[in-house]
Design a protein around this ligand. Structure first.
Ligand SMILES: [Zn+2]
Length: 340
């Protein structure tokens, strides 16, 4: 039985997934890296590709010939996306006037879509003293003629490429992966589940519990669409997640803050740190501190004695709530105080 779709697992933990990356996204991210290397380096490989496929054209305008290599096809597959995230710091001007982003956030081709966009280079608008304003006016770029006045020329320095999605302008595969992946919204409960002080096995179990991926009778019935008898191992109630982990007698006997903190942080030092972190996390909540523990429980031995922390219950004021639990933490607190 498949518990969760691969697509849903392949999300960062703070977006409700398990932190895996889709192989397609990783391949795409490395293709972007390849394009970045092709555009930003003066290597023999880059010059060979430029000479063979682009000649004097901008790489995004170069066609894909029948005889084109696999690498060139792969590069062309991501070229348009990659170019949107590359900016240039003007140096000697060996970059494309219309199609490279060297002034502002857009290329001139994007700013003036109805002009003729040739593959002319910026250096061709320089003369011996600086910018050739007459030439700029010749291509009807009065706007540019004013703007370039404030742009200092450094003809002895190489043009420098910058990746727009990192603060230092250097390409990172992580930023490329962020570009190509399909993201989801940040989930408030994930911060509680994947808290650094909780061992990962417990975090993982909490994640399963939150999404109702635990094999209690009612969930199995629902998944295999079959009617079957259900009875909790500790009483005669129907075995639901709500019952086993929150409402049952065993859950109430074990749901104490010290039990939980000891379970997730065995040493004295970890214990103190854990309590402090939990207090800080719930400091802004309207409910009393203890309500954070409402509904917390340790599973009976029949389920392997796995500890479930109270971090599953979001503080009052947050809207995220698992459909497998009661929606009001204060009700859960009341239940935990008065099990009968
Ligand atoms: Zn029971």
């Amino acid at each position: 039985m498949h518990w969760r779709r691969w697509k849903d697992i392949c999300l960062p933990t703070d977006e409700g997934g398990l932190g895996f990356r889709r192989l397609e996204d990783v391949v795409q991210a490395f293709s972007l890296k390849l394009w970045w290397l092709f555009r930003s380096q003066q290597s023999l490989w880059a010059q060979f590709l430029l000479g063979k496929y682009c000649r004097s054209n901008h790489p995004i305008l170069a066609p894909i010939l029948h005889s084109a290599s696999v690498v060139w096809r792969r590069l062309k597959g991501v070229g348009l996306i990659a170019e949107l995230h590359i900016a240039w710091q003007l140096g000697q001007g060996c970059i494309f006037f219309w199609h490279d982003c060297w002034m502002g956030d857009m290329t001139l081709a994007q700013m003036f879509p109805y002009r003729e966009h040739t593959s002319v280079q910026v250096v061709e608008f320089f003369d011996d003293t600086g910018w050739d304003i007459d030439k700029l006016l010749l291509v009807r770029l009065h706007y540019m003629a004013v703007q370039v006045e404030s742009l200092p020329l450094c003809p002895d320095v190489l043009d420098r490429s910058m990746w727009k999605d990192t603060p230092d302008g250097r390409f990172s595969t992580k930023s490329a992966w962020q570009l190509v992946r399909t993201g989801s919204t940040l989930q408030a409960y994930c911060r509680m589940i994947w808290c650094p002080i909780i061992p990962q096995t417990i975090s993982f179990f909490c994640w399963r519990l939150w999404h109702g991926l635990v094999s209690v009778d009612v969930i199995i019935q629902k998944r295999i669409r079959a009617h079957m008898a259900s009875r909790c191992q500790c009483c005669s109630e129907i075995e639901t997640i709500q019952h086993v982990f929150i409402d049952s007698t065993v859950a109430h006997q074990t749901a104490t803050p010290s039990n939980l903190v000891e379970a997730v942080a065995p040493s004295q030092k970890q214990h103190r740190q854990a309590l402090q972190q939990i207090k800080q996390r719930h400091a802004g909540a309207a409910a009393p501190f203890s309500s954070a523990y409402a509904g917390a429980t340790v599973l009976p031995s029949s389920t392997g004695g796995v500890t479930v922390s109270s971090f599953l219950v979001a503080p009052v004021g947050t809207t995220v709530q698992s459909p497998f639990f009661s929606s009001n933490p204060s009700q859960q607190l009341a239940r935990s105080k008065n099990p009968n």
